[in-house]
Design a protein around this ligand. Structure first.
Ligand SMILES: [Fe+2]
Ligand SMILES: [Fe+2]
Length: 263
């Protein structure tokens, strides 16, 4: 199978605008695939590991160059220049799989996160980009969810603002940095909001005050990587099962921040 054939298969059933970020960032689309790497971020370390393994294609969810469309232009940054040289010299095909991952009947990032969290329930779309309402079959508290994230999603430290011990079923799943996170937090029908990144001085304080005023409301901040990488983990598992003709490996990029007890 050629890289472009797998990419077209990954796009099937999804939708994106003409200005999608889901493009081949480097490499030859016609390359035959023997080894395919999957990661959340194409970090320098992940690229080195994938190259060492002999990957022909690296599928990543996020940009390589710190902006949504991977525009380099005449960026004078030495980091961008050195990373670009690494990307081009390694000979791998790089494909960003973002829009076609999220924008489909079932958002594959949300599906992966809920899958590895072991949560079952109903997922509904909201008016906001890549944010969903999840009704859990099992009532859970924010504390229980955060503990599960640390155990099963391997997030070093999950942060909770607001009520930790309120049994809840109405959960907003706002993985990554999607739209409408504050709107969903303010919605009186939402008890817990899960997100990757959030403004501490607005969303965090809103949740804290809501709980102090007696409301069942919590915000859980998982970190951007911690809140999305399990969608890519599930993708790698599915590619392994569906495509025995090439080898697939998931490359863990790790969380971006370290802590005094993890570094
Ligand atoms: Fe995403
Ligand atoms: Fe993201």
């Amino acid at each position: 199978m050629k890289a472009i054939e797998l990419i077209n298969e990954l796009k099937a059933g999804g939708s994106a605008s003409e200005r999608t970020c889901d493009t081949i960032k480097a490499g030859d689309a016609e390359k035959e695939l023997k080894k395919v790497g999957v990661s959340m971020f194409g970090t320098v370390e992940v690229i080195r590991q994938a190259k060492e393994w002999g990957a022909d294609l690296l599928i990543v969810h996020e940009p390589l160059y710190y902006n949504h469309m991977d525009v380099i232009g005449d960026d004078p940054s030495p980091v961008v220049a050195a990373k670009r040289a690494l990307v081009e010299e390694c000979g791998m095909v790089f494909f960003r799989y973002h829009d076609f991952m999220h924008f489909r009947d079932e958002d594959r990032i949300t599906e992966g996160e809920l899958h590895y969290l072991g949560l079952r329930g109903r997922v509904e779309k909201t008016p906001y980009v890549a944010s969903y309402l999840f009704t859990s079959e099992e009532p859970v508290t924010a504390l229980e969810l955060a503990q599960r994230m640390e155990r099963d999603l391997h997030i070093a430290h999950v942060r909770i603002a607001g009520k930790k011990d309120g049994k809840s079923t109405k959960i907003a799943a706002c993985f990554g940095t999607p739209g409408g996170v504050f709107e969903l937090l303010r919605d009186e029908n939402v008890e817990i909001v899960l997100t990757g990144e959030a403004g501490e001085w607005t969303l965090g304080e809103y949740a804290r005050d809501a709980a102090a005023l007696g409301m069942n409301k919590a915000l859980i901040v998982m970190g951007h990587i911690g809140s999305e990488r399990d969608g890519m983990r599930l993708l790698a598992e599915r590619l392994q099962a569906a495509h025995p003709e090439f080898e697939t490996r998931y490359f863990e990029c790790g969380e971006v921040y370290g802590y005094t007890d993890t570094v």
